[in-house]
Design a protein around this ligand. Structure first.
Ligand code: HAX
Length: 406
């Protein structure tokens, strides 16, 4: 087998388990590492979060379970400043976000012109790209925080224009929280307290997930060529929109709706039928985690509190009991347990956000915080402030030989 090279680094603090000798030998690169989507190949370091197989994601060292109940603004502060805010810092940060929240233009005419049957994630990318054309400060931190501050209004406008509810949209009130600014724009006739709680937990749980997930990686790659933060983030949203990545949360609720029963025997039959047909059992399994994702555990706990008798919640409760046992019969499946996507759709549906095609936009809204912080770190902090150079991995020529035009 062809040994390509050794990777040596002194920056090991976040790499942990891949270290194999004296702290600096990470991996022998061989042919088996080619054409596999860079899976597991170390390429960088991340200051905002890391994922362990047992406890899932940690933001700046804090296990996600300890952060799930915090207000989203404080967790954005954590990702950007690498420490939780004091009450005074929290208040000042919210005032700062309020100052940044003013939209630099009217998204109404832009959203009016978009095809209604285009996917909401495509609308989200267009919205972010548009904000960048209006008002990019060409300063990584400024742009990252401005975008965080403008996302709630962008999200609310996206819903209103897609749904054709364009009359009487209330003015944005920057003094409100991020969640309130979204729900205030949305104006759904539902239990506002429950809606806010589910959204708050959802945002915190989805803000970051290490450095190598596709959307984060793509955003950092685009930013490495010094495109604007907005262009990089729009690219991240496009990456997130794929069904193998962020759009899995849409597929997951669609799957739950197809299960249609919370009877354990019928659910087991359904799961076995899906596997026999070669279809994924959505909401289970993970590339890195080897136990139930704590983000799923947190959302199950919230569901038991706010909607224990909701039909979809009953279905996912049964799935959580049945599916891991059935999946574990296949030794190829490294983790048969519930992942983050199992419960989020049922909770969003319960609080009035019934259309699963929007779910990935919430994921995108949350990720803007983590991706923005990681882009800032790569552009401004890494390599003693020089920033990571433009991405340029090596590809070997295959199925080609030197030729000349005759
Ligand atoms: N249902 C059916 N088959 C599954 C499975 C599941 N829930 N989980 C794993 N497998 C299969 C894999 O497809 C793979 O099959 P092949 O060898 O034929 O390719 C085999 O079991 C081994 O997979 P693995 O090594 O355990 O896991 P992977 O890293 O390959 O895949 C996935 C991880 C999340 C993609 C996978 O578990 C899956 O498809 N789950 C269902 C879809 C889902 O819930 N996706 C959301 C994931 C949450 C997330 O990360 N969001 O960003």
């Amino acid at each position: 087998m062809l040994v390509l090279s050794f990777i040596r680094t002194t920056e090991l603090a976040y790499i942990g388990e891949t270290v194999t000798d004296e702290g600096n030998h990470l991996l022998d690169l061989t042919e088996s590492h080619l054409d596999i989507g860079m899976r597991g190949v170390p390429v960088g370091t991340c200051r905002t979060s890391f994922v362990t197989p047992g406890e899932g994601v940690h933001y700046c060292g804090y296990p996600i379970t300890e952060l799930a109940g915090m207000v989203p603004e404080d967790v954005v502060y954590l990702l950007h400043n690498k420490e939780l805010p004091t009450p005074e810092q929290s208040e000042a940060f919210r005032a700062d976000l309020a100052r940044r929240a003013v939209m630099p233009g009217d998204l109404g005419p832009i959203f009016s012109a978009l095809p209604k049957d285009g996917h909401p994630m495509d609308w989200l990318a267009v919205g972010i790209q548009t904000l960048g054309m209006w008002d990019s400060a060409n300063d990584w931190k400024e742009d990252a925080l401005n975008l965080v501050a403008r996302m709630p209004r962008l999200m609310g406008m996206l819903f209103r224009y897609r749904e054709g509810r364009t009359e009487g949209i209330p003015n944005d009130d920057p003094s409100l929280s991020m969640i309130e600014r979204f729900t205030n724009t949305l104006q759904l006739d539902v239990d506002q307290e429950k809606l806010a709680r589910v959204l708050s937990v959802y945002l915190v749980l989805h803000m970051d997930h290490g450095g190598g997930n596709l959307s984060t990686f793509v955003g950092k790659a685009v930013a490495s060529g010094h495109a604007t933060l907005y262009s990089a983030m729009a690219s991240s949203m496009n990456a997130l929109s794929g069904p193998l990545h962020g759009r899995a949360n849409q597929s997951c609720l669609e799957f739950v709706l197809r299960v249609g029963t919370s009877d354990p025997e019928e659910v087991e039959q359904f799961v076995r039928g899906e596997l026999a047909a070669g279809r994924p059992v959505f909401g289970f399994g993970h590339a890195v985690l080897r136990s139930e994702d704590p983000r799923a555990t947190a959302q199950f706990a919230l569901g038991e509190e706010i909607c224990p008798d909701d039909e979809n919640f009953r279905i996912i409760r049964t799935l959580r009991e049945v599916a891991p046992r059935v999946l574990a019969e296949n030794p190829k499946i490294s983790n048969p347990n519930a992942n983050v996507d199992i419960a989020s759709g049922a909770l969003l549906h319960h609080v009035g956000l019934k259309n699963p095609s929007y779910y990935t936009t919430f994921f995108g809204w949350a990720r803007v915080a983590g991706i923005g912080a990681q882009i800032f770190d790569e552009r401004v902090v890494m390599r003693n402030g020089k920033g990571v150079p433009i991405y340029r991995p090596k590809y070997f020529a295959r199925d080609q030989e030197l030729r000349h035009v005759e």
